[in-house]
Design a protein. Structure first.
Length: 204
């Protein structure tokens, strides 16, 4: 752990440092700024091992989502709405890149995150129902069966999902809109994840 004197003196940061039982390395603002990738760094940094976990909940698969802000926003929504695991292919933005980490706002530490070479194989190994979104022609989202183990599959900006992954989906859903051609992939993911999260559990 390292940081500037000013950042480490903040009560909330000092409390976390005490809990970690680590001795931070104090750097000058100029030195910290030289090693930080952000334009306005918060003044504290740490090196940690990537968590390897799998939690209960729905899964999210991303194919070719190249914008780091979108990947981060999807991770943030997945964590907020109870998803357990997110899987991305190699064409997606690196889920552990600084821009994705900032956009996810801590979501990385609430769900399992994996990057795979063969997204189709990973979806096949999931074992539950897979649902993908399409701009037109799918079942309205509000009418879709979202019970049981499900995996959401979202495609990249512009191109959408490949025909191979569309063919694997058990169901295609469409988000009704009042206007516009389509939704941003992160917005579509948030809507779908919230819809599943907000429905009462079967039998409740």
């Amino acid at each position: 752990m390292l940081g500037t004197q000013a950042a480490l003196a903040k009560p909330e940061v000092a409390s976390l440092v005490r809990q970690s039982k680590l001795t931070p390395l104090i750097l000058s603002p100029a030195v910290f700024g030289a090693i930080a990738d952000a334009e306005t760094p918060p003044g504290i940094a740490a090196e940690i091992p990537l968590p390897d976990m799998q939690r209960p909940g729905s899964w999210v698969f991303l194919e070719g989502v190249q914008d780091a802000g979108n990947v981060g926003a999807i991770i943030r929504s997945a964590a907020a709405f109870g998803a357990g695991t997110l899987v991305v292919d190699r064409q997606c933005a690196d889920p552990w890149s600084p821009k994705v980490l900032r956009a996810a706002m801590g979501g990385h530490f609430a769900i399992g995150i994996r990057q795979v070479d063969d997204l189709g194989a990973a979806i096949a190994a999931f074992g539950g129902r897979t649902i993908c979104t399409v701009v037109h022609g799918g079942r309205p989202l509000r009418d879709a069966d979202l019970s049981g183990p499900i995996a959401w599959v979202f495609g990249g900006e512009g191109a959408g999902l490949s025909p191979e992954l569309l063919a694997r989906a058990a169901e295609r859903v469409t988000i009704p809109m009042a206007g516009g051609e389509s939704l941003n992939v992160a917005a579509a993911a948030a809507i779908c994840l919230y819809e599943a999260f907000s429905r009462p559990a079967a039998g409740s």
